[in-house]
Every structure is written in structure tokens, then in C-alpha cells.
Design a protein around this ligand. Structure first.
Ligand SMILES: NC(=O)c1ccc[n+]([C@@H]2O[C@H](COP(=O)([O-])OP(=O)(O)OC[C@H]3O[C@@H](n4cnc5c(N)ncnc54)[C@H](OP(=O)(O)O)[C@@H]3O)[C@@H](O)[C@H]2O)c1
Length: 349
């Protein structure tokens, strides 16, 4: 019989179920899985680190990493009693190979069962107002950061013939959004990289999963709005600058407030933790069902006309309708939350 820490995984095309705990002969199959998460100073990384460290079944030993340890306070508070028991905080900057190596070699036998690539930065605005250096910075973190991490842990996972690599991508890894050109490019790069890698990795019983959230209310959103407010748009023509500040920013804020999820919702059992514990982890997982039709448009019409037409009309022709729909969705979600809390609503059972 398998221990509570073991589940079974089936490789595609192979009939045999592989016990997930059989990673290293000689190791205790009851031992919790070592999970390394990048970017745990805030947002999704912090929520996930805490959720896994406080797992009732004690299935995980979490190494929560951040580039700047001075920011560890919020995580320490949120982790509570789990700190130094099922959660350790370590320094790791995904843009610095030495810091990655030093963190991984500090782990007994360099043994990471589950790597969660969460660290990321955003960037919005007209490309005329962004320097190539700033754009490279986004690629360095969001794309090469993921590549550096995977290069460091994959050889060990292959040797052990066991492991799971999870990457926090985005719906913007599947569909471009106006004024998110560089951020979207970085997430598309990650998606392409993982789509190539997954087949080879599966041969070694290493799983790869891309998590694709829609908007999530975290510091991420605040940081990009702050940057946007302090940016100089004089390099863009007045029409583009106006489109960004008066159309995009307004729409984006409305979308976050109507459709945004919380980091805890992303970390929930049926979302991220669910993917991690699945007997057969999915390669892709979208956390916000509202976005699924949007990301399907390009597959419905390979010429791209359906996708470009729909987005063009949504942004420039039917924006009033879009705002009304967003307000309706916000109200429905508010009612749903209240009902979940047991509040009786007029007209609802
Ligand atoms: N929020 C959204 O709407 C949304 C939607 C879809 C996907 N995502 C993705 O979700 C992931 C987490 O974002 P979040 O929303 O939780 O934002 P967040 O609260 O801003 O968290 C981002 C984390 O990444 C860290 N980070 C940035 N550069 C780093 C580096 N070079 N090395 C190590 N850590 C670094 C940040 O550390 P510092 O505190 O030091 O900056 C922070 O801990 C990102 O990959 C993002 O692209 C977010």
C-alpha cells in the first residue's frame, strides 16, 4: 500500500502507474516532498508557501525563497508556527546564477521534489516609452529566471527519475493583451520553452505544469500602476499616450476589480496545490474560467481574424458594454461570496 505522501502518476502512452514517492531508492517514502518556491516575499508565492507549509497532512517541506531577505517579515508572520518546521526562508535571486547555485547546493543532496517558478515582474505601456534595457530586465526575470532555475534542478530530477516543475505563467502566456507587449512576450517565451521541454522531461518521469492565472490582486498590479503613473509618455504620440492612460489603465483597473482573484484563491487546493498533488498533473491549468473562451479564440480561427476582430471591437467599439458586463460580474461574484459566507440574499435561495 502507498503511504499518504505517495500518489501514483501515469505517463502518457504507458499503462503502468508510477508511484510518485519512488523518487530515490533508499529514501523514506513517508518523507514530505521538498518544494522550492521562488519570489515568496509577497503575492502568490507567499500565499502558496504558507498554504503548503501548513498542509494538514504535512506532505510538504517548503523552501520559500526571495531575492531580498529584508522582505521576509510578511512571510514569517503568515507562516506562524510553520516557520523553521515545515517552512524555511532562503535567499535566491532568479537573475543571479551564483545565488541560485548556492541555494540549491545548500539543500541536502540538492534534493528538490517540486520546483515552483513564481518570481516575476510586470511591465505595461507603449513600447515607444520603454527602453530596450527595461525590456531585457523583464525577459531576464520572467524567462531566463525560469530557464536558470530549471537548468539547475532538472539534471538531479532526471537522475532520480522523479520531479515536478511548476511555472506560474499567465493567460497572457496564451493571448497577447494591448500595452502588455513585453510582459506577454516573456510569458509566451516561457510557454514555448516548457512546451518543448515537457516531452523530454516526461521520459524521465519529471512533470511540467504551467499555471495560467488571469488577473490576481497582488503587489504586482500596484507596482505596474505605480510605474505607469511615474512614466514619461512624451516619446509616444498623443493618441497612443491617451489610449494608454484613458482607455487601457481605466479598463485594466475595472477588470482587476471585477475579475481579479486573490493569491489565496490561486493557492487553493483545487488550483495550484491541486495541480501539484494530482496523480497526473496537467501540463496547463487556467485558474480563472472567465478567460478560457478568450484564449480559445485563436485556436478557433488559425488566420487570427476572429481573435483580432473580437479584441478590437471589445476595446474600441463596445467598451461601454464591456464596463456594464464587468460591473454585473462584480455584483454576481460579490453575491456568491456573501452566500458562501452564509448571508441570505433577497431573491436567491
Ligand atoms: N498578479 C497578477 O495579476 C498575475 C497574473 C498572472 C500571472 N502572474 C504571475 O504570478 C507570479 C507572481 O506574481 P504576483 O502577482 O504574486 O506578484 P508580486 O506580489 O509582485 O510577487 C512577485 C514576486 O517575485 C519576486 N521577484 C521579482 N524579481 C525577482 C528576482 N529577480 N528573483 C527572485 N524573486 C523576484 C518579487 O520579489 P521582490 O519583492 O523582491 O520584488 C516578489 O516576491 C509572477 O510570475 C506573475 O507574472 C501574476
Amino acid at each position: 500500500m502507498l503511504s499518504p505522501h505517495c500518489d501514483t502518476r501515469q505517463l502518457p502512452g504507458e499503462g503502468q502507474l508510477i508511484p510518485w514517492c519512488q523518487h530515490s531508492p533508499g529514501l523514506d517514502p513517508m518523507a514530505p516532498k521538498t518544494v522550492l518556491i521562488t519570489g515568496c516575499s509577497s503575492g502568490i508565492g507567499l500565499a502558496l508557501a504558507v498554504k503548503m507549509a501548513r498542509d494538514k497532512q504535512k506532505r510538504f517541506k517548503v523552501i520559500a525563497t526571495m531575492r531580498n531577505l529584508a522582505k521576509r517579515g510578511s512571510l514569517e508572520v503568515a507562516a506562524g508556527a510553520a516557520l523553521h518546521k515545515t517552512l524555511e526562508i532562503r535567499q535566491l535571486d532568479v537573475c543571479d546564477e551564483r545565488s541560485i547555485r548556492s541555494c540549491i547546493t545548500g539543500i541536502p543532496n540538492r534534493h528538490v521534489d517540486i520546483l515552483i517558478n513564481n518570481a516575476g515582474v510586470g511591465m505595461i505601456g507603449p513600447i515607444e516609452c520603454q527602453t530596450i534595457e527595461e525590456m531585457k530586465g523583464v525577459m531576464e526575470t520572467n524567462f531566463f529566471g525560469v530557464v536558470r532555475m530549471i537548468k539547475e534542478v532538472l539534471p538531479d530530477m532526471k537522475k532520480r527519475r522523479s520531479g515536478h516543475i511548476v511555472v506560474i505563467s499567465s493567460v497572457m502566456g496564451l493571448q497577447g493583451i494591448m500595452f502588455n507587449d513585453i510582459y506577454t512576450a516573456s510569458k509566451f517565451a516561457v510557454e514555448g520553452f516548457c512546451e518543448s521541454l515537457v516531452i523530454q522531461a516526461l521520459k524521465f518521469n519529471v512533470f511540467v505544469s504551467l499555471i495560467e492565472p488571469g488577473p490576481v490582486v497582488t503587489e504586482f498590479e500596484m507596482k505596474v500602476y505605480e510605474d505607469a503613473e511615474n512614466s514619461d509618455y512624451s516619446m509616444a504620440d498623443p493618441e497612443t499616450a491617451d489610449m494608454f492612460t484613458n482607455l487601457y489603465l481605466k479598463n485594466s483597473k475595472a477588470i482587476f476589480s471585477s475579475l481579479g482573484q486573490t493569491p489565496n484563491e490561486i493557492a487553493e487546493v483545487k488550483e495550484l496545490v491541486g495541480v501539484i498533488c494530482a496523480a497526473k498533473p496537467p501540463f496547463r491549468h487556467q485558474t480563472n474560467a472567465v478567460y478560457t473562451p478568450m484564449t480559445a479564440l485563436k485556436h478557433a480561427d488559425p488566420t487570427g481574424a476572429l481573435m483580432t476582430d473580437t479584441f478590437y471591437k471589445m476595446v474600441f467599439k463596445y467598451d461601454t458594454l464591456m464596463h456594464v458586463s464587468l460591473k454585473a460580474i462584480k455584483l454576481i461574484r460579490w453575491q456568491a461570496r456573501k452566500m458562501k459566507q452564509g448571508v441570505k440574499m433577497l431573491g436567491f435561495k
